[in-house]
Structure formats: C-alpha cells, structure tokens
Design a protein around this ligand. Structure first.
Ligand SMILES: Nc1ncnc2c1ncn2[C@@H]1O[C@H](COP(=O)(O)OP(=O)(O)OP(=O)(O)O)[C@@H](O)[C@H]1O
Ligand SMILES: [Mg+2]
Length: 456
C-alpha cells in the first residue's frame, strides 16, 4: 500500500487533535451545565428568601403572602414555569401547589437544599429553605420550596457550550491550517528533490545538492550520492573493460585475418600448414588476452560477486605451481616450493588467489633466462601469511617497479604478453586486504615479489 509522508504526519497531528476536541466538548458541556445551574440556583434562592420573609404568624395562624417580585425574577423569553409550596411548621400547606416535590433531606438552619425533581410532565430544579416562625401557639420552621422548569437553564447551557465549542473548533481549525502550511513548507525541499530526480537525464549520476535540506535528510542525500559515485565507478570500469578488450583484440584479429587470407591464397600444402600454425599461435595469444581481461574484470572492486570463504592457501599455491610446471620444464628452470603446511588458511576467493600466484610464477619463469631458478616460499606470521617468489632473471629496475602494475605496461617487448598480469595481481591482493612489494633479489640479479595477506 503506498504511504504518503504528508498524510501520515497530518494523521498523527489531526487525529489526536480531533480526540482532544471531543474530550474538550464533553468537559465544556459539563462546565456549562454547572454554570447554568449556579445561575438558576441563585435566582431560586433569592426568590425563596423573598417568599420566606413573608411567612408570618398572624394571631396563631401562620400565613404566607407571595409577593409578585418573587416570581418576576424568573421572567424570561423561555416562559419557564415557576412553582412553589410553603408548609407551616405544623405541616399544613399554606401556599402553592401540594404536589411540588419535597427535598431529599430537610434544610437545616439557613442552609438551603438544592435538588432536581419532576413536576407533573416536566423536569424541575428546586430549592428548599427553612424559615423560623415565631408563634404564640407553636414555634418552629416553615418550609419554603421554589422550583422552576428547565427551559431557560437548558438554553443557557446550549449557549455557553456552543460558544466555547465554536471557539475551540476555530482554534483547532487554525492549528490544522498552520500545520498543513508548515508541513508543506517542511516537505518542500524533499518534493523539490523528487522533481529534480525525475527531471534529470536517466543516465546522469551527478551528485544531488544537499544545500537547503534539513539535517535529517542530509544523510539520505549523502548515501544516495555515495551510491551514485559507486555506480559511476562500476560504469567506468565496465567501459574501460570494453575499450581494453576491443583495443587488445583488434590487432590480433587483423593479423589472423591476414594469415588466413595468405593461407587460402597459397597453393602449396606446406605454406598452408605454416599459415594454419601461425593462426593457431595467434588464437592462443588471443585466448590469453581474453582470459587475462576477464580475470582482471572479476578482480576489480565490484567486478565479481566476491563471496569469500575459508581457503587453504598452501593448496592454492601448489595448484598454481602445478599449472605452470610445463613452462618450467620447457625452459629448464628449477622451480622450488617451500611452505609451512598447516595454518595457512585465509578468507578468500580460490580462483582469484590461484590466478594471483600463477601470474607471479609465470612472470618469474618467463623473464628468467633458460636454466635459471625460481623459488616460492610460504610462511606464516602472527595474523599474516607471507608469500615470496624469487627468480634470478634480469629483475625490474627500481624506477619501473611501480609502473609495471599499470595495465598494458610492459618492459620486455621481445616476449609475448598482454601487460595485464601484475595489474591483476595488484587487484586481487587489494581485494583480499593484503599488499605486494617488488624488490631486488639478494644476491642480485633477480626479482623478489613479496605478498602479505591477512590470515583467518
Ligand atoms: N619476474 C620478472 N622479472 C623481470 N621482469 C618482470 C618480471 N615480472 C614482470 N616483469 C616485467 O613487468 C612487465 C609487466 O608484467 P605483467 O605480468 O604485468 O605483464 P606481462 O607479463 O607482460 O603480460 P601478461 O602477464 O599479462 O601476459 C613485464 O612485461 C616484464 O617486463
Ligand atoms: Mg605476466
């Protein structure tokens, strides 16, 4: 399900806000009812007091005169019913309606009792007060109850409540608008970034500008730019591979074509065989170029799925030496191997490591004059594996020892080779977290290559 950042942020803001408004509506309703009750109670009490003042003993008879002012207090457009009841200390009803509700408890002294009840079909709010009557016959408290229907009070509640509800809704509305505006402003850089990404040329890996962006977004942009840079590196490597491959294969292909043409034209069998042999040699050289290029592409960062595993480096070295044994035999070179057998394990890539050793050994065998000697030594140091390959050939002048690692850079123009061997070695060593140094063999002449790899 697509998720909108703006929607989510707004949801988190507005849903709790709406909950708060609902809660507030309830509390303001409660407080509006309390306020309206207070106002009604004051009027009821004032009216009851006016009536109570008129309760008098008249020659042994308690009488109550209801002054109109006591009832006029309730005059309002709501036409509320006002009812009352005055009961003498003897318990006799002396004024008002007999069926006005009696308070839940009798008022004492001057403390009024407020209560709600029903009068016929209406809800009422009432007050009861006690009025002491001094009489010759019987003294005591008269009871005055005044009640009113609730139309006026209910209208007051609604008015008070609606007003505060309206104010609050207005406030929340303004807050929501401000939040929307803030959100829009806050998300603007992100949206701008999106449009920039959508609008740019699909092949472009130009880094994105991180100015004007919030600090929270900067790491994202940095990560994207980092990814762009890595992709750019891969693309550059790929392009270089294609360029190298086509460049390296064009000349041998042209030579092959010429040899084939010459062979076809020649009528003598011997000449044809000679052309075929030349083509065969040319094909071998081309196969080697292709192989070296592929190994290099695999060894480059990100070139191969570099799944490393625990490997036995002594076994790998031995296999590499065996693969070049024929070359040593052909050139009558004494190839010796000396290595600690156990504990030469490291995390690595078998094929690449074998290519690394094979390339170094092959160089030593090829550039050493016939009858020379090449010795390979493997030793284990704390946390490291050391591989050294020595020959007693011409060696590499110090000034060239850095450049020979460059692609296609060769010193011995007389011999065959692609100039990729040491470039491959350097990539593989780097991919395994090691390092390589070339130096002069002691005693000279000769070359010594030292590789240090981290052991597992
Ligand atoms: N053991 C060595 N003794 C003397 N010169 C060497 C030795 N190893 C390498 N070189 C010089 O360094 C150059 C680069 O070696 P590198 O292995 O990269 O390429 P290459 O051997 O010419 O070609 P490739 O190995 O790809 O077939 C060689 O051409 C050679 O001149
Ligand atoms: Mg080589």
């Amino acid at each position: 399900m697509p998720r909108s950042l703006r929607g989510e942020l707004l949801g988190w803001l507005l849903i709790p806000l709406a909950g708060l408004v609902a809660f507030n509506a309830w509390t303001t309703y409660r407080s509006a009812v309390a306020t309206a009750n207070l106002i009604t109670d004051r009027t009821l009490l004032a009216s009851a007091r006016v009536i109570a003042e008129q309760v008098k003993d008249n020659d042994g008879r308690v009488e109550a005169l209801i002054p109109p002012s006591a009832l006029e207090m309730f005059a309002s457009p709501d036409r509320d019913h006002v009812i009352y009841r005055v009961i003498a200390p003897s318990g006799e009803l002396i004024a008002g309606f007999p069926d006005v509700a009696i308070p839940p408890r009798a008022p004492t002294d001057l403390q009024p009792v407020h209560f709600e009840a029903r009068f016929r079909v209406e809800d009422i709010r009432a007050v009861a007060i006690a009025q002491p009557v001094v009489s010759k016959s019987a003294g005591g408290n008269a009871l005055v109850v005044v009640a009113t229907s609730l139309r006026g009070r209910d209208r007051l509640v609604t008015e008070l409540w609606l007003r505060s509800l309206r104010d609050q809704t207005l406030l929340v509305g303004i807050a929501a608008l401000l939040a929307l505006f803030g959100l829009h402003r806050g998300l603007a850089p992100l949206l701008r970034l999106r449009s920039e990404l959508l609008a740019r040329d699909p092949g472009s890996l130009r880094p994105l500008a991180a100015e004007n962006l919030q600090t929270e977004l900067k790491p994202l942009i940095d990560a994207l730019n980092h990814a762009f840079a890595r992709i750019q590196t891969y693309i550059t490597l790929q392009r270089r591979f294609v360029a190298d491959a086509s460049h390296q294969l064009r000349t041998p292909l042209a030579v092959l074509k010429t040899q084939a043409t010459v062979g076809l034209r020649d009528t003598e069998t011997a000449a044809k065989t000679e052309a075929l042999a030349a083509i065969d040699g040319g094909l071998d050289a081309m196969a080697r170029v292709v192989n070296q290029l592929l190994v290099l592409a695999r060894a480059e960062p990100g070139g191969a799925a570099m799944r490393k595993e625990a490997v036995d480096f002594a076994g790998i070295t031995r296999a590499a030496l065996e693969s070049r044994a024929m070359l040593a035999f052909d050139r009558r070179i004494d190839l010796s191997f000396e290595g600690d057998e156990a504990g030469l394990e490291l995390q690595g890539h078998v094929t690449l490591l074998r290519e690394m050793v094979a390339n170094l050994v092959e160089n030593a065998l090829r550039y050493t004059p016939e009858g020379g000697a090449v010795s390979v030594r493997l030793t284990r140091e704390p946390g490291e594996i050391h591989l050294s390959i020595e020959d007693n050939g011409p060696g590499i002048p110090e000034a060239e020892r850095e450049r020979v690692f460059e692609r296609f850079y060769r010193l011995s123009s007389g011999t065959e080779g692609t100039g990729l061997g040491l470039a491959i070695v350097r990539e593989i060593v780097a991919a395994h977290g090691g390092h390589i140094t070339l130096s002069q063999r002691t005693p000279p002449p000769g070359l010594r290559a030292d590789i240090v790899l981290p052991a597992s």
